[in-house]
Design a binder for this molecule. Structure first.
Ligand code: CMP
Length: 139
């Protein structure tokens, strides 16, 4: 089915000026960028976005990393976009990511892992709404 998912190009990728390389992987996999903006997340935004992880031991570091520099937040559309995006990203930990995936090729660590992608339809819808209004999404 035609789906939408939410993607973040993380601070480690903007810092190394490889956002085009990362987004090329997404587009080459058949995902279409239908909304995009470069933002510097506030602490409040990062804490809100990652609220499901607030009890995790790495939460503080995660928030600090995600606010350490600019990110590109995007809405991606395509056939089975959620699973396809996860496939192209590879495993969360780059040490476990399959060859040829974004994280295998670009990520620096489990934290500085270059990209985020929604894990399910419900979270995709929530994450899209967290950063985009309807008029910013042009399908
Ligand atoms: P993301 O898909 O953005 O969702 C939560 C993030 O937490 C995840 O990517 C990782 O970058 C990060 N993360 C997961 N596990 C750890 C960990 N053990 N230490 C630091 N960061 C982690």
């Amino acid at each position: 089915a035609l789906e939408r998912t939410f993607s973040i190009v993380k601070p480690d990728a903007t810092k190394r000026n490889i956002t085009g390389k990362v987004i090329d992987r997404l587009e080459s996999a058949g995902l279409r960028v239908i909304a995009s903006k470069r933002i510097h997340m506030t602490k409040e935004q990062a804490e809100g976005f990652y609220a499901v992880h607030k009890e995790r031991p790495f939460f503080g570091e995660l928030v600090s990393f995600m606010t350490s520099g600019p990110v590109i937040v995007q809405v991606l559309e395509g056939e089975n976009a959620i699973a396809k995006n996860r496939e192209v990203m590879g495993a969360t930990n780059p040490a476990d990511a399959a060859p040829g995936t974004i994280r295998a090729d670009f990520a620096e660590s489990i934290e500085a892992n270059s990209v985020h992608g929604s894990d399910a339809p419900e979270t995709a819808a929530e994450e899209i709404k967290f950063f985009f209004s309807d008029d910013e999404i042009v399908g």
